[in-house]
Design a protein around this ligand. Structure first.
Ligand code: SAM
Length: 215
């Protein structure tokens, strides 16, 4: 079966899981097989995480879909992603915010940041900037953001990330160790923050100043 056909089957499967059409269309436009190492390319359209080296993974397609759906991404928005990995999730979000929007994605492992940059360039994705640093806190360029997507699990929701969310903004972030839960964080126009749990998840850890320690 061709990659295009496999991608269409995966998207059909995700549609039956309740994922919205906007996100499904974006996923159809991003070739996941070009974001994984050659040894796992044939598995790119199975709904599973896959190894990308350095003990890290590209998230399962349903997880990317759920996070993008919860974020309700709109054309023109600016997005911070913590955990670039392969660059795939950034590319899907970049499709959703369009050419007038931008995704700023932070990765702490240098070879993965380079892997993601190459993958994004190969698919012609021009509205993602990959940055090499600890994304758990800090003050990133172009902050505050309309949306923040954290793709690794944190011990708690880092306060610096809440501060980098615009009023009216949304953040998704997995929290926990043995039992992880996906949080949707909403910041109201007046700055009030609401935290809703959206379900159990499994992610690699957020390592850094406001994350877990390395080793
Ligand atoms: N979004 C990725 C994709 O589409 O391939 C998958 C991300 S993978 C599940 C989690 C990533 O978070 C790993 O690449 C890991 O190195 C990165 N990470 C962990 N702690 C980090 C931190 N403090 N800052 C930036 N990246 C971090």
């Amino acid at each position: 079966m061709e990659f295009g056909e496999k991608s269409a089957k995966l998207v059909d499967y995700l549609r039956f899981q309740g994922i919205g059409e906007k996100v499904l269309d974006a996923m159809l436009r991003v070739p996941r097989h070009l974001f994984v190492p050659p040894n796992v390319r044939e598995e790119a359209y199975i709904d599973t995480p896959l190894p990308i080296g350095y003990s890290q993974t590209i998230s399962a397609p349903h997880m990317v879909a759920i996070m993008c759906d919860l974020l309700d991404l709109r054309v023109g928005q600016s997005v911070l992603e913590v955990g670039t990995g392969s660059g795939y999730n950034a590319a899907v979000m970049a499709e959703l915010v369009g050419s007038t929007g931008h995704v700023y994605s932070v990765e702490r492992i240098a070879p993965l940041a380079e892997f993601a940059k190459k993958n994004l360039m190969d698919v012609g994705c021009a509205n993602v900037t990959v940055m090499l640093e600890d994304g758990s806190g800090g003050d990133f360029p172009h902050s505050p953001y309309d949306r923040i997507c954290v793709t690794c699990t944190a011990p708690d929701i880092p306060q610096p990330l809440i501060e980098q969310l615009k009023p009216g903004g949304l953040m998704v972030i997995p929290v926990g160790v043995a039992f992880q839960q996906l949080y949707l964080v909403k910041k109201d126009a007046d700055g009030t923050v609401h935290k809703d749990i959206k379900g159990g998840v499994v992610f690699v850890p957020l390592i850094g100043r406001y994350g877990f320690s390395d080793g």
